[in-house]
Ligand binder design. Sequence first.
Ligand code: OAD
Length: 247
Amino acid sequence: MKPRFEPGFSDLAAALRTAQHVCVLTGAGISAESGVPTFRDAQQGLWAKYDPHQLATPEAFEEDPELLWRWYRWRRDLVAKADPNPGHLALAKLAELVPRLTLVTQNVDGLHQRAGSHGVIEFHGNLFDDRCHAEGCVIVHDQRAEVPVCPNCGAHLRPGVVWFGEAIAETALNESFAAAADCSVFLSVGTSSLVYPAAGLVDIARENGAIVAEINPNPTLNSGNYDFAIAANAGVALPELVESLLN
Ligand code: OAD
């Protein structure tokens, strides 16, 4: 059967068949089909409804930690009720079909891990971690306080996500840059490619000779720079891609 997502789909499948190392970067779009809202889609995106400066900066947390905890608890509940979708599951399967796959995600929802992916690099942290806002360490706690505190130093605990103006964890940054430089195929899935440094990974891959491809139903600012831009939902295109590798 002829794949539905030409041009590009067969070429991408062929590149994956011979790839020694595949690096995949995912964004909020891959979790959209699980019911987790993206950030920038016009109607449903979180940043279309809420101001990121009031909810995703260290300054906002310091000003009103209760408000931020209420918002992040709402997001935790939403994600806890969501299930991985066929796109997440296909990436876990793809890792079994190629010699090496590095999965870098900007998502904080943990759905890749729940789909069975291993060694996921969480570029923007994890929604379910509680981190000391003063010391940075991840704390396991069972406090029900509106704003939990660090048992070591008494500072406020905060969700373990990266906020605007904050640095990416050094290990995540180094491992992602190294994977982008080393891979033979780089696949960008469900990201608007507007937030750096994650959006720069594709340039590292391309400069080092990788074939670069994008899966996104909508064009992005980067679409023209990819070897192949597959205009489709991740939950449809990724399973078909995996299926084509099995045949
Ligand atoms: P965005 O909301 O910016 O972009 C989501 C992308 O997913 C858009 O380009 C959509 O077209 C695409 N999309 C929607 N549905 C899709 C589907 N079913 N399959 C594939 N693609 C689909 O989200 P990100 O690019 O992830 O940062 O945003 C990057 C960062 O900005 C986030 O990690 C977050 C945010 O502020 C932090 O929280 C630090």
